[in-house]
Design a protein around this ligand. Structure first.
Ligand code: NAD
Ligand code: DAU
Length: 348
């Protein structure tokens, strides 16, 4: 039996990773460590919460002593680190929260892993889940590869870039066995409705305006969250130490085109006159430092580990929209309270 720590497992991507590992690997005990910030939600994991190889631990990765003790207590063999502050707009409002969790929290985990493993790294692995935003912005052409220089533009991406550098530095300096993946925009069930796709699904359902930043011609590369979880599983088990792998959907969309498709599908699902939901589109003030375009070259993970997306964007959007329509209690629960104040400040 191996003890695996997954951080941020109550969040969007983390919950899909936890579910995959708990249900697939009986020889692992999965410890899900999450501070349950506004973005963490144990409702995401009700189906597996009673599994005998699963334990939830509420705790904060910025708490150095707590993290050190936790590693000593459970003797983790591997770490999959997803806990983070993840929303660009919030990082513009409060950069320090991103420095604390994304940088200091990551270094706390690195120190605890290094201390526990005491330079005997056999069978150990520290997996750091990162983002394509560390590479900055592309122009109209080109793709991010694993050798694209880091050039982060938002406090969020700067904090993720910093954490990536620390992970690499621990590999170089102390020999810590690590892998890093840099993934493009995820979408799917359990996505907190502050991000583009779930926010717009929520607003269409509720006949609220759809706030498109700037001219809407910004481009993102979308990947279904379960395909990200599959890639994480593969890299955790078969990736080479001290390597980075880019993960992407081969699926670029300009925001405004994506929003129009979303509106069309929602019109059909909600029985609305075609064009009705698109009337909610409203162009609003742009995001400061807004990256024009992200697009991933995922050939390395494809060629070396045989990974490619299994779900098309058409399928993924249908699954996602159906999930939100069937889980409106989940949506209502997470959009009350603190989120209502955030929404008012950000959009109204
Ligand atoms: P999320 O915001 O949905 O979830 C983050 C989770 O981390 C939450 O459960 C939260 O409670 C927890 N958390 C936050 N601060 C914590 C702390 N101090 N201690 C312990 N737990 C804490 O994020 P997500 O979208 O699921 O992203 C997960 C990871 O994947 C992040 O590292 C993010 O940078 C990365 N990533 C996300 C995307 C994407 O499109 N969402 C793409 C590429 C990479
Ligand atoms: O690329 C990976 C990254 O993708 C992850 O690292 C981040 O954690 C994740 O939040 C996401 O970052 P983005 O900033 O690309 O995602 P977001 O959903 O916030 O925005 C997607 C695009 O939509 C972006 O161009 C901004 C735009 N947008 C977003 C919101 C919330 C709008 O036009 N209106 C909005 O209200």
């Amino acid at each position: 039996m191996k003890n695996i720590l997954i951080t941020g497992g109550a969040g969007f991507i983390g919950s899909h990773v936890v579910r995959r590992f708990v249900t697939k690997y009986n020889n692992y005990h999965i410890y899900n460590l999450d501070a349950l910030t506004y973005a963490g939600n144990l409702e995401n994991l009700v189906d597996i919460e009673k599994a005998s190889n699963y334990t939830f631990i509420k705790g904060d990765i910025t708490d150095e002593v707590f993290i050190s003790n936790l590693f000593q207590k459970h003797q983790f063999d591997g770490v999959i680190h997803l806990a983070a502050e993840s929303h660009v707009d919030r990082s513009i409002e409060d950069p320090m929260a991103f420095v604390k969790t994304n940088v200091i929290g990551t270094v706390n985990l690195l120190n605890a892993a290094r201390k526990l493993w005491e330079n005997n790294y056999d069978g150990k692995r520290f997996y750091h889940v990162s983002t394509d935003e560390v590479y900055g912005s592309l122009g109209a052409e080109g793709l991010f590869t694993e050798t694209t220089p880091y050039d982060p533009n938002s406090p969020y991406s700067a904090s993720k870039a910093s954490s990536d550098h620390f992970v690499r530095a621990y590999g170089e300096t102390y020999g810590l066995p690590y892998v890093i993946t840099n993934c493009s925009n995820n979408y799917g069930p359990n996505h907190f409705p502050e991000k583009l796709i779930p926010l717009f699904i929520h607003n269409i359902i509720n006949n609220q305006s759809l706030p498109v930043y700037g001219d809407g011609n910004y481009t993102r590369d979308w990947l279904f969250v379960k395909d990200h979880a599959i890639a994480i599983d593969l890299v955790f088990h078969q990736g080479n130490n001290h390597e980075t792998y880019n993960i992407g959907g081969f699926n670029e969309w300009k925001n405004i085109d994506l929003v129009k498709v979303l509106c069309q599908i929602m019109d059909t699902k909600l029985g609305r006159t075609p064009g009705k939901s698109a009337e909610l589109i409203t162009y609003v003030k742009d995001r400061p430092g807004h990256d024009l375009r992200y697009a991933i070259d995922a050939n390395k993970i494809n060629l070396e580990l045989g990974w490619s997306p299994t779900v098309t964007f058409e399928q993924g959007l249908q699954i996602t929209i159906d999930w939100y329509l069937e889980n409106q209690d989940w949506l209502n629960n997470v959009t009350s309270g603190e989120y209502a104040a955030y929404y008012k400040k950000q959009y109204l």
